[in-house]
Design a protein around this ligand. Sequence first.
Ligand code: CP
Ligand code: NVA
Length: 317
Amino acid sequence: MTQTSGFQPPGKIDFLDVLPTPRPQLERLLILAARLKKQYRATGRNEPLAAGKTLAMIFEKPSLRTRVSFEAAMHHLGGAAIYISPGEIGLGRRESVPDAARVLSGFCDAIMARTFSHQTIELLARHSPRPVINGLSDYSHPCQALADMLTIQERCGDLRGLTLAYVGDGNNVARSLMEACATFGLKFRIASPPGYELDPQSIQRTCQAVPGFDCSTGADPRQAIRSADVIYTDTWVSMGRENEKQERLRVFGPYQVNSELLAAAPSQAAVMHCLPAYRGVEITDEVMDSPRSIVFAQAENRLHFQKGLLAALIGGQ
Ligand code: CP
Ligand code: NVA
């Protein structure tokens, strides 16, 4: 018997980031997600597109939305999901990442992973013959960004030409949103405190990949949201950054999304947050609970987008 190493059968597709995925494929995913959502809403029923299939879900960090929406998505599609809690595998300690990838691929049809290091997800993908999905890394959160495009489309219609303004930390969520905005033709504005900006390499790569991408960065949140259709924020203290909390709370104070800041934006601008939100920190109750806030529709769309994604990756769609 021979052992294969890094074997990837033809046709295996991973979803690790927004940008390398061709635009027509991403557009297809949104159409598929919208179709499955509409059908589920209208009939309460789903097509058993993943009947008999199993998704392994590796979590090195906590999660509410990602865990439950993937698990519910597999249930809706007639399959099953297995939750692997932080520390359970001991990825890279108890067992090497390539070994875990090969073993899980023998049991399951796809792997979704939430990891600290993005390299861990890349390594899983390299060694798994099954599709690997990024459920958030320190670098990116592509499922969130694509679900967000679905939400913005529902709220605003055609994505092309809209302006998304991100206020806060230049983090994993911001990076994937930037890539999604570039891909779908939205203008992207980002305001972050000095020292906490999106790295210039990511911006440059995105601008190179999508010529004509309208992207601007700065430190002034009022300037960023001036002509926004959507204002987006995220926690100032991402998972894994807890030791920087005190300093971050001090530095990010002027970047709170509150009524005073929103007064500088067009009155129809919607407010988004990937959640979990630290109410009274990066966003106030008043804004979270206002009619401008679409955060809960946004959270629900994680389910619908991921149903589309799973249907495409393992459901033959
Ligand atoms: N937005 C998001 O990914 O939420 P969880 O961390 O709860 O999965
Ligand atoms: N930037 C946040 C997103 C949580 C969904 C984090 O990485 O913790």
